[in-house]
Design a protein around this ligand. Structure first.
Ligand code: TRP
Length: 446
Protein backbone atom coordinates (compact mmCIF):
# COMPACT_ATOMS: atom_id res chain seq x y z
CA UNK A 1 0.00 0.00 0.00
CA UNK A 2 0.86 3.67 -0.07
CA UNK A 3 4.08 4.69 1.64
CA UNK A 4 4.04 7.43 4.32
CA UNK A 5 3.26 10.75 2.67
CA UNK A 6 5.76 13.55 2.49
CA UNK A 7 5.16 16.97 3.97
CA UNK A 8 6.88 20.33 3.57
CA UNK A 9 8.86 21.11 6.70
CA UNK A 10 8.13 24.84 6.87
CA UNK A 11 6.14 27.68 5.38
CA UNK A 12 9.27 28.83 3.60
CA UNK A 13 9.73 25.38 2.08
CA UNK A 14 6.17 25.28 0.80
CA UNK A 15 6.38 28.82 -0.54
CA UNK A 16 9.58 28.17 -2.44
CA UNK A 17 8.12 24.97 -3.92
CA UNK A 18 4.81 26.55 -4.92
CA UNK A 19 6.36 29.78 -6.16
CA UNK A 20 8.93 27.65 -7.96
CA UNK A 21 6.10 25.85 -9.71
CA UNK A 22 4.32 29.06 -10.56
CA UNK A 23 7.37 30.99 -11.72
CA UNK A 24 8.53 29.47 -14.96
CA UNK A 25 8.89 30.17 -18.63
CA UNK A 26 5.35 31.57 -18.41
CA UNK A 27 6.54 34.44 -16.23
CA UNK A 28 9.90 35.26 -17.71
CA UNK A 29 9.06 34.66 -21.32
CA UNK A 30 5.28 34.62 -21.75
CA UNK A 31 4.32 37.52 -19.55
CA UNK A 32 6.71 40.22 -20.81
CA UNK A 33 6.07 39.42 -24.45
CA UNK A 34 2.32 39.24 -23.98
CA UNK A 35 2.53 42.62 -22.32
CA UNK A 36 4.59 44.14 -25.09
CA UNK A 37 2.28 42.93 -27.81
CA UNK A 38 -0.96 43.80 -25.98
CA UNK A 39 -0.69 47.47 -25.20
CA UNK A 40 1.89 47.59 -22.39
CA UNK A 41 0.50 48.49 -19.01
CA UNK A 42 -3.07 48.00 -20.26
CA UNK A 43 -2.26 44.29 -20.37
CA UNK A 44 -0.43 44.47 -17.06
CA UNK A 45 -3.48 46.04 -15.47
CA UNK A 46 -5.88 43.41 -16.88
CA UNK A 47 -3.48 40.65 -15.89
CA UNK A 48 -3.37 41.89 -12.30
CA UNK A 49 -7.16 41.83 -12.14
CA UNK A 50 -7.31 38.33 -13.64
CA UNK A 51 -4.59 37.02 -11.34
CA UNK A 52 -6.20 38.25 -8.14
CA UNK A 53 -9.89 38.06 -9.03
CA UNK A 54 -9.92 34.74 -10.93
CA UNK A 55 -6.69 32.81 -10.62
CA UNK A 56 -6.19 33.34 -6.88
CA UNK A 57 -9.66 31.95 -5.99
CA UNK A 58 -9.01 28.95 -8.24
CA UNK A 59 -5.60 28.46 -6.64
CA UNK A 60 -7.26 28.45 -3.22
CA UNK A 61 -9.74 25.81 -4.42
CA UNK A 62 -6.87 23.47 -5.30
CA UNK A 63 -4.88 24.13 -2.13
CA UNK A 64 -7.91 23.56 0.10
CA UNK A 65 -9.00 20.32 -1.61
CA UNK A 66 -5.43 19.05 -1.55
CA UNK A 67 -4.76 19.74 2.08
CA UNK A 68 -8.11 18.35 3.11
CA UNK A 69 -7.68 15.06 1.27
CA UNK A 70 -3.89 14.71 1.69
CA UNK A 71 -3.88 12.79 -1.57
CA UNK A 72 -3.38 13.08 -5.32
CA UNK A 73 -6.06 14.69 -7.50
CA UNK A 74 -7.98 11.51 -8.36
CA UNK A 75 -8.38 10.40 -4.75
CA UNK A 76 -8.82 13.94 -3.46
CA UNK A 77 -11.68 14.83 -5.80
CA UNK A 78 -13.32 11.49 -5.09
CA UNK A 79 -13.12 12.06 -1.37
CA UNK A 80 -15.07 15.30 -1.55
CA UNK A 81 -17.77 13.85 -3.84
CA UNK A 82 -20.75 12.43 -1.98
CA UNK A 83 -22.66 10.82 -4.86
CA UNK A 84 -21.72 8.03 -7.31
CA UNK A 85 -22.14 10.33 -10.29
CA UNK A 86 -19.89 13.03 -8.87
CA UNK A 87 -17.35 10.38 -7.88
CA UNK A 88 -17.29 9.24 -11.46
CA UNK A 89 -16.76 12.84 -12.58
CA UNK A 90 -14.02 13.17 -9.95
CA UNK A 91 -12.03 10.27 -11.33
CA UNK A 92 -12.43 11.60 -14.88
CA UNK A 93 -11.29 15.11 -13.99
CA UNK A 94 -8.37 13.75 -11.96
CA UNK A 95 -7.23 11.59 -14.85
CA UNK A 96 -7.63 14.24 -17.51
CA UNK A 97 -5.53 16.47 -15.26
CA UNK A 98 -2.78 13.84 -15.01
CA UNK A 99 -2.73 13.34 -18.77
CA UNK A 100 -2.83 17.09 -19.45
CA UNK A 101 0.04 17.91 -17.11
CA UNK A 102 2.11 15.08 -18.61
CA UNK A 103 1.66 16.57 -22.07
CA UNK A 104 2.41 20.06 -20.74
CA UNK A 105 5.66 18.67 -19.39
CA UNK A 106 6.40 17.02 -22.73
CA UNK A 107 6.55 20.38 -24.54
CA UNK A 108 7.93 22.27 -21.56
CA UNK A 109 10.92 19.91 -21.48
CA UNK A 110 11.76 20.77 -25.09
CA UNK A 111 11.86 24.50 -24.42
CA UNK A 112 13.70 23.93 -21.15
CA UNK A 113 16.25 21.86 -23.06
CA UNK A 114 16.93 24.86 -25.31
CA UNK A 115 17.52 26.93 -22.17
CA UNK A 116 20.05 24.41 -20.91
CA UNK A 117 21.85 24.35 -24.24
CA UNK A 118 22.11 28.15 -24.26
CA UNK A 119 23.26 28.06 -20.64
CA UNK A 120 26.25 25.91 -21.67
CA UNK A 121 27.07 28.04 -24.71
CA UNK A 122 29.01 30.82 -22.90
CA UNK A 123 31.03 28.16 -21.04
CA UNK A 124 31.95 26.50 -24.30
CA UNK A 125 33.00 29.82 -25.77
CA UNK A 126 35.02 30.72 -22.72
CA UNK A 127 36.93 27.47 -23.17
CA UNK A 128 37.47 28.28 -26.84
CA UNK A 129 35.24 25.41 -27.97
CA UNK A 130 33.61 27.40 -30.71
CA UNK A 131 32.36 24.45 -32.74
CA UNK A 132 30.61 23.11 -29.66
CA UNK A 133 29.16 26.56 -28.96
CA UNK A 134 27.81 26.67 -32.49
CA UNK A 135 26.23 23.25 -32.10
CA UNK A 136 24.65 24.21 -28.78
CA UNK A 137 22.94 27.25 -30.24
CA UNK A 138 21.83 25.78 -33.55
CA UNK A 139 18.33 24.35 -33.73
CA UNK A 140 18.64 20.67 -34.65
CA UNK A 141 16.82 17.47 -33.77
CA UNK A 142 19.87 15.84 -32.23
CA UNK A 143 20.61 18.77 -29.93
CA UNK A 144 16.94 19.15 -28.98
CA UNK A 145 16.58 15.44 -28.28
CA UNK A 146 19.72 15.19 -26.16
CA UNK A 147 18.76 18.19 -24.07
CA UNK A 148 15.23 16.90 -23.54
CA UNK A 149 16.81 13.77 -22.10
CA UNK A 150 19.21 15.77 -19.92
CA UNK A 151 16.47 18.02 -18.61
CA UNK A 152 14.14 15.12 -17.87
CA UNK A 153 16.95 13.32 -16.02
CA UNK A 154 17.33 16.33 -13.73
CA UNK A 155 13.57 16.49 -13.19
CA UNK A 156 13.29 12.76 -12.47
CA UNK A 157 16.22 12.78 -10.06
CA UNK A 158 14.70 15.57 -7.95
CA UNK A 159 11.26 13.94 -7.87
CA UNK A 160 12.79 10.55 -6.99
CA UNK A 161 14.22 12.09 -3.83
CA UNK A 162 10.74 12.94 -2.52
CA UNK A 163 8.93 15.95 -1.12
CA UNK A 164 11.48 17.12 1.46
CA UNK A 165 14.77 15.91 0.05
CA UNK A 166 13.83 16.59 -3.54
CA UNK A 167 11.18 19.25 -4.15
CA UNK A 168 11.59 21.33 -0.99
CA UNK A 169 15.35 21.11 -0.82
CA UNK A 170 15.93 22.12 -4.42
CA UNK A 171 13.22 24.76 -4.59
CA UNK A 172 14.63 26.37 -1.42
CA UNK A 173 18.06 26.55 -3.00
CA UNK A 174 17.09 27.51 -6.51
CA UNK A 175 14.35 30.09 -5.98
CA UNK A 176 16.40 32.56 -3.91
CA UNK A 177 19.15 32.28 -6.55
CA UNK A 178 16.60 32.99 -9.25
CA UNK A 179 15.41 36.15 -7.52
CA UNK A 180 18.98 37.34 -6.95
CA UNK A 181 20.00 36.76 -10.59
CA UNK A 182 16.86 38.52 -11.78
CA UNK A 183 17.62 41.65 -9.71
CA UNK A 184 21.26 41.76 -10.80
CA UNK A 185 20.32 41.43 -14.45
CA UNK A 186 17.70 44.19 -14.20
CA UNK A 187 20.16 46.54 -12.53
CA UNK A 188 22.74 45.91 -15.22
CA UNK A 189 20.37 46.25 -18.16
CA UNK A 190 19.06 49.54 -16.77
CA UNK A 191 22.50 51.09 -17.18
CA UNK A 192 22.54 50.41 -20.93
CA UNK A 193 21.39 52.82 -23.64
CA UNK A 194 17.92 52.03 -24.97
CA UNK A 195 16.66 50.56 -21.69
CA UNK A 196 14.44 53.53 -20.90
CA UNK A 197 12.66 53.19 -24.22
CA UNK A 198 11.85 49.58 -23.30
CA UNK A 199 10.61 50.69 -19.93
CA UNK A 200 8.26 53.09 -21.67
CA UNK A 201 6.93 50.38 -23.98
CA UNK A 202 6.31 48.25 -20.92
CA UNK A 203 4.78 50.72 -18.56
CA UNK A 204 2.96 53.29 -20.66
CA UNK A 205 -0.55 51.95 -21.13
CA UNK A 206 -2.37 51.93 -24.42
CA UNK A 207 -5.85 51.95 -22.90
CA UNK A 208 -7.55 51.80 -26.27
CA UNK A 209 -6.80 48.06 -26.15
CA UNK A 210 -8.19 47.36 -22.71
CA UNK A 211 -11.62 46.18 -23.82
CA UNK A 212 -10.10 44.12 -26.63
CA UNK A 213 -11.31 40.52 -26.21
CA UNK A 214 -7.93 39.05 -27.22
CA UNK A 215 -6.26 41.08 -24.51
CA UNK A 216 -8.67 39.74 -21.90
CA UNK A 217 -8.39 36.15 -23.13
CA UNK A 218 -4.60 36.35 -23.20
CA UNK A 219 -4.49 37.85 -19.73
CA UNK A 220 -6.65 35.11 -18.28
CA UNK A 221 -4.78 32.31 -20.04
CA UNK A 222 -1.53 33.81 -18.84
CA UNK A 223 -2.79 34.00 -15.24
CA UNK A 224 -3.98 30.37 -15.22
CA UNK A 225 -0.86 28.99 -16.81
CA UNK A 226 1.34 31.05 -14.56
CA UNK A 227 -0.28 29.83 -11.36
CA UNK A 228 -0.05 26.22 -12.63
CA UNK A 229 -3.82 25.77 -12.27
CA UNK A 230 -6.32 23.13 -13.33
CA UNK A 231 -4.18 20.02 -13.55
CA UNK A 232 -3.69 19.14 -9.90
CA UNK A 233 -0.19 20.61 -9.45
CA UNK A 234 -1.24 23.04 -6.76
CA UNK A 235 -3.59 20.43 -5.34
CA UNK A 236 -0.74 17.99 -4.78
CA UNK A 237 1.52 20.70 -3.30
CA UNK A 238 -1.42 21.70 -1.08
CA UNK A 239 -1.65 18.10 0.10
CA UNK A 240 1.88 18.41 1.51
CA UNK A 241 1.14 21.55 3.55
CA UNK A 242 1.07 21.29 7.30
CA UNK A 243 -2.42 21.19 8.84
CA UNK A 244 -1.69 24.26 11.00
CA UNK A 245 -0.84 26.47 8.06
CA UNK A 246 -3.08 29.42 7.28
CA UNK A 247 -4.18 28.66 3.72
CA UNK A 248 -5.64 32.02 2.63
CA UNK A 249 -2.39 33.69 3.71
CA UNK A 250 0.02 31.27 2.05
CA UNK A 251 -2.14 31.19 -1.07
CA UNK A 252 -2.01 34.97 -1.38
CA UNK A 253 1.74 34.94 -0.84
CA UNK A 254 2.12 32.49 -3.72
CA UNK A 255 -0.05 34.64 -5.98
CA UNK A 256 1.74 37.85 -4.97
CA UNK A 257 5.20 36.41 -5.49
CA UNK A 258 4.22 34.89 -8.82
CA UNK A 259 2.78 38.14 -10.11
CA UNK A 260 5.65 40.13 -8.60
CA UNK A 261 8.26 38.03 -10.36
CA UNK A 262 6.38 38.26 -13.66
CA UNK A 263 6.30 42.05 -13.35
CA UNK A 264 10.02 42.08 -12.52
CA UNK A 265 10.77 39.86 -15.51
CA UNK A 266 9.07 42.51 -17.65
CA UNK A 267 11.53 45.04 -16.25
CA UNK A 268 14.30 42.86 -17.60
CA UNK A 269 13.03 41.57 -20.93
CA UNK A 270 11.53 44.70 -22.48
CA UNK A 271 14.40 47.03 -21.67
CA UNK A 272 16.77 44.29 -22.92
CA UNK A 273 14.90 44.17 -26.23
CA UNK A 274 15.26 47.88 -26.78
CA UNK A 275 18.92 47.76 -25.78
CA UNK A 276 19.24 45.08 -28.45
CA UNK A 277 17.60 47.36 -30.97
CA UNK A 278 19.93 50.12 -29.93
CA UNK A 279 22.82 47.73 -30.68
CA UNK A 280 21.49 47.03 -34.15
CA UNK A 281 19.55 43.83 -33.48
CA UNK A 282 16.23 43.40 -35.28
CA UNK A 283 13.42 43.29 -32.68
CA UNK A 284 10.33 43.67 -34.86
CA UNK A 285 9.00 40.90 -37.05
CA UNK A 286 7.71 41.25 -40.61
CA UNK A 287 4.24 42.30 -39.48
CA UNK A 288 5.64 45.13 -37.35
CA UNK A 289 5.02 43.48 -33.95
CA UNK A 290 7.74 42.82 -31.39
CA UNK A 291 9.36 39.42 -31.88
CA UNK A 292 7.72 37.39 -29.14
CA UNK A 293 7.84 33.65 -29.85
CA UNK A 294 10.90 31.41 -29.60
CA UNK A 295 12.76 34.02 -31.66
CA UNK A 296 12.91 36.36 -28.68
CA UNK A 297 14.79 34.05 -26.36
CA UNK A 298 16.86 32.04 -28.80
CA UNK A 299 17.68 34.79 -31.26
CA UNK A 300 17.07 38.40 -30.13
CA UNK A 301 18.58 38.08 -26.66
CA UNK A 302 21.57 35.94 -27.73
CA UNK A 303 22.29 38.50 -30.48
CA UNK A 304 22.18 41.19 -27.83
CA UNK A 305 24.62 39.29 -25.61
CA UNK A 306 26.91 38.86 -28.63
CA UNK A 307 27.13 42.61 -29.10
CA UNK A 308 28.31 43.03 -25.51
CA UNK A 309 31.77 41.45 -25.73
CA UNK A 310 33.17 39.54 -22.76
CA UNK A 311 30.58 40.86 -20.33
CA UNK A 312 27.99 39.45 -22.75
CA UNK A 313 29.26 35.95 -21.93
CA UNK A 314 28.64 36.53 -18.25
CA UNK A 315 25.22 38.06 -18.82
CA UNK A 316 24.23 35.26 -21.15
CA UNK A 317 25.35 32.69 -18.60
CA UNK A 318 23.33 34.41 -15.84
CA UNK A 319 20.27 34.83 -18.02
CA UNK A 320 20.09 31.22 -19.14
CA UNK A 321 20.84 30.03 -15.61
CA UNK A 322 17.76 32.01 -14.62
CA UNK A 323 15.69 30.36 -17.36
CA UNK A 324 16.92 26.88 -16.51
CA UNK A 325 16.16 27.32 -12.81
CA UNK A 326 12.72 28.68 -13.57
CA UNK A 327 12.02 25.69 -15.84
CA UNK A 328 13.28 23.07 -13.44
CA UNK A 329 11.30 24.20 -10.40
CA UNK A 330 8.21 24.14 -12.65
CA UNK A 331 8.88 20.80 -14.33
CA UNK A 332 9.28 19.00 -11.00
CA UNK A 333 5.84 20.24 -9.97
CA UNK A 334 4.41 18.79 -13.17
CA UNK A 335 6.05 15.38 -12.80
CA UNK A 336 4.94 15.16 -9.18
CA UNK A 337 1.27 14.97 -10.30
CA UNK A 338 1.39 11.57 -12.09
CA UNK A 339 4.10 10.25 -9.75
CA UNK A 340 2.01 10.93 -6.62
CA UNK A 341 -0.87 9.10 -8.26
CA UNK A 342 1.27 6.09 -9.12
CA UNK A 343 2.76 5.94 -5.63
CA UNK A 344 -0.48 6.41 -3.71
CA UNK A 345 -2.98 4.53 -5.81
CA UNK A 346 -0.90 1.76 -7.28
CA UNK A 347 1.69 1.24 -4.58
CA UNK A 348 4.60 1.85 -6.97
CA UNK A 349 7.81 2.83 -5.21
CA UNK A 350 8.55 6.56 -5.73
CA UNK A 351 11.88 6.19 -7.48
CA UNK A 352 10.46 3.62 -9.86
CA UNK A 353 7.33 5.67 -10.54
CA UNK A 354 9.41 8.78 -11.26
CA UNK A 355 11.65 6.85 -13.63
CA UNK A 356 8.89 5.06 -15.54
CA UNK A 357 6.63 8.08 -15.90
CA UNK A 358 9.62 10.29 -16.69
CA UNK A 359 10.63 7.85 -19.40
CA UNK A 360 7.15 7.83 -20.93
CA UNK A 361 7.05 11.65 -20.99
CA UNK A 362 10.56 11.81 -22.46
CA UNK A 363 9.45 9.52 -25.28
CA UNK A 364 6.50 11.80 -26.02
CA UNK A 365 8.86 14.80 -26.01
CA UNK A 366 11.21 13.06 -28.42
CA UNK A 367 8.32 12.25 -30.73
CA UNK A 368 7.40 15.96 -30.70
CA UNK A 369 11.03 16.91 -31.39
CA UNK A 370 10.99 14.67 -34.45
CA UNK A 371 7.78 16.10 -35.84
CA UNK A 372 8.01 19.55 -34.35
CA UNK A 373 5.81 21.08 -36.99
CA UNK A 374 2.83 20.86 -36.38
CA UNK A 375 2.89 18.76 -33.21
CA UNK A 376 4.54 21.24 -30.88
CA UNK A 377 1.89 23.89 -31.48
CA UNK A 378 -0.90 21.33 -31.36
CA UNK A 379 0.14 19.98 -27.99
CA UNK A 380 0.52 23.51 -26.60
CA UNK A 381 -2.93 24.48 -27.83
CA UNK A 382 -4.72 21.34 -26.66
CA UNK A 383 -3.23 21.39 -23.22
CA UNK A 384 -3.09 25.07 -22.32
CA UNK A 385 -5.97 26.49 -24.33
CA UNK A 386 -8.48 23.64 -24.37
CA UNK A 387 -7.88 21.28 -21.48
CA UNK A 388 -6.47 23.55 -18.77
CA UNK A 389 -9.32 26.12 -18.68
CA UNK A 390 -11.96 23.36 -18.72
CA UNK A 391 -10.25 21.59 -15.86
CA UNK A 392 -9.98 24.88 -13.97
CA UNK A 393 -13.72 25.23 -14.42
CA UNK A 394 -14.27 21.71 -13.05
CA UNK A 395 -12.14 22.37 -9.96
CA UNK A 396 -14.25 25.41 -9.12
CA UNK A 397 -17.44 23.37 -9.59
CA UNK A 398 -16.13 20.63 -7.32
CA UNK A 399 -15.18 22.93 -4.50
CA UNK A 400 -18.24 25.18 -4.67
CA UNK A 401 -21.08 22.99 -5.91
CA UNK A 402 -20.21 19.42 -4.98
CA UNK A 403 -18.20 19.64 -1.77
CA UNK A 404 -20.11 20.38 1.44
CA UNK A 405 -19.72 24.01 2.37
CA UNK A 406 -19.21 23.33 6.08
CA UNK A 407 -16.37 20.93 5.30
CA UNK A 408 -14.69 23.57 3.15
CA UNK A 409 -14.93 26.02 6.01
CA UNK A 410 -13.69 23.45 8.52
CA UNK A 411 -10.59 22.86 6.39
CA UNK A 412 -9.83 26.57 6.09
CA UNK A 413 -10.36 27.06 9.81
CA UNK A 414 -7.64 24.57 10.68
CA UNK A 415 -4.84 27.05 10.28
CA UNK A 416 -7.04 30.11 10.49
CA UNK A 417 -9.58 29.74 13.32
CA UNK A 418 -11.17 33.13 12.70
CA UNK A 419 -11.75 32.40 9.02
CA UNK A 420 -15.53 32.46 9.30
CA UNK A 421 -15.58 36.17 10.11
CA UNK A 422 -12.74 37.11 7.82
CA UNK A 423 -12.80 38.81 4.47
CA UNK A 424 -11.75 35.65 2.67
CA UNK A 425 -14.83 33.68 3.68
CA UNK A 426 -17.07 36.63 2.81
CA UNK A 427 -15.87 36.84 -0.77
CA UNK A 428 -14.19 33.64 -1.88
CA UNK A 429 -17.16 31.16 -1.76
CA UNK A 430 -19.22 33.42 -3.97
CA UNK A 431 -16.33 33.86 -6.33
CA UNK A 432 -15.57 30.18 -6.89
CA UNK A 433 -19.24 29.39 -7.12
CA UNK A 434 -20.31 31.95 -9.69
CA UNK A 435 -17.70 34.37 -10.96
CA UNK A 436 -14.82 31.99 -11.69
CA UNK A 437 -16.77 29.28 -13.57
CA UNK A 438 -18.72 31.86 -15.55
CA UNK A 439 -15.68 33.89 -16.44
CA UNK A 440 -13.77 30.79 -17.51
CA UNK A 441 -16.62 29.65 -19.73
CA UNK A 442 -17.05 33.10 -21.18
CA UNK A 443 -13.42 33.42 -22.06
CA UNK A 444 -13.35 29.82 -23.26
CA UNK A 445 -16.06 30.39 -25.83
CA UNK A 446 -14.36 33.52 -27.10
N1 TRP B 1 3.49 28.01 -14.04
C1 TRP B 1 4.61 27.57 -14.80
C2 TRP B 1 5.07 28.72 -15.70
O1 TRP B 1 4.66 29.82 -15.56
C3 TRP B 1 4.36 26.35 -15.60
C4 TRP B 1 3.67 25.25 -14.87
C5 TRP B 1 4.12 24.52 -13.82
C6 TRP B 1 2.42 24.75 -15.19
N2 TRP B 1 3.19 23.59 -13.46
C7 TRP B 1 2.14 23.70 -14.28
C8 TRP B 1 1.52 25.12 -16.13
C9 TRP B 1 0.95 23.05 -14.35
C10 TRP B 1 0.33 24.45 -16.21
C11 TRP B 1 0.03 23.44 -15.32
O2 TRP B 1 5.88 28.53 -16.55
Amino acid sequence: MAAARGEFTSRFGFLMAAVGSAVGLGNIWGFPTNTASNGGAAFLFTYLIMAFALAYPALMAELIIGRHARANAVTALKSISPKPLSRYAAVTVGFVGIVTVSFILSFYAIVSGWMMAFFLDPLARLLGLNALAGWLTTDAELRNGLFVVAFMLLTVSIISAGVRDGIEKWASRLMPSLILILFLLILYVFTLPGAMQGLRAYLLPDFSLIADPTLIVDAMGQAFFSLSLGVGTMLIYGSYINKDENLPVVGSLVALLDVGIAVLAGLLILPAMYVAQNNGVQIYDASGGLIAGPGLIVSVLPSLFNTMGVIGLLISFAFFALMTIASLTSSISMLEVPVAYGVENHGVERRRAAMLIGLAITLISLAIVLSFDPWFDRVVTWTTEVSQPLLGFCFCVFVAWIWQRNEVLAEIKRGCPMAENGLFWKIWPFYVKFICPLAILLVYFQ
